[in-house]
Write a protein that binds this ligand. Structure first.
Ligand code: CMP
Length: 139
């Protein structure tokens, strides 16, 4: 099934100038960027994006990290794009991630893990809507 997912290259990876390498990994999986922008989140927006994690012990640190520098936000489209991008990223914790995945190659630790992707269709809808103004998406 053709799908769209929301993908983010996080501040640690943008700072290390590896956006291009990560885009190549998406391309190898036939995931096509249909919208993209470099965005610098405010703390409030980072908290809004990750509101499902507001009760977690790592919430303050996560939202601080996500606005320490620009993020590269994309909508990726392709066959089973949600699961496909999650496979390209690898496990949340880089130490547990498979060789050749984004998080294995670039992630620093479980928080500073270089990439984000929607975890299901409902989340993808919420997350694409969240950035629709920035990405100048219609409707
Ligand atoms: P992401 O896929 O963007 O979803 C939530 C984020 O919270 C996750 O990637 C990590 O950046 C971060 N995260 C998840 N679990 C932990 C944890 N145990 N400690 C610190 N950060 C975490």
């Amino acid at each position: 099934m053709n799908q769209k997912t929301l993908a983010i290259i996080k501040p640690d990876a943008v700072q290390r100038n590896v956006i291009g390498e990560i885009l190549c990994m998406a391309q190898e999986r036939d995931l096509v960027p249909v919208a993209a922008k470099l965005i610098h989140l405010t703390r409030e927006r980072a908290q809004g994006f990750y509101h499902v994690h507001r009760d977690k012990g790592f919430f303050d640190s996560l939202t601080e990290y996500m606005c320490e520098g620009p993020i590269f936000v994309m909508v990726l489209e392709g066959e089973e794009a949600i699961e496909g991008w999650r496979e390209v990223m690898g496990a949340t914790d880089p130490a547990q991630a498979t060789q050749g995945t984004i998080r294995k190659r670039f992630g620093e630790n479980i928080e500073r893990n270089s990439a984000h992707g929607s975890d299901g269709p409902d989340t993808a809808r919420f997350e694409i809507d969240f950035f629709s103004g920035d990405l100048e998406l219609e409707g």
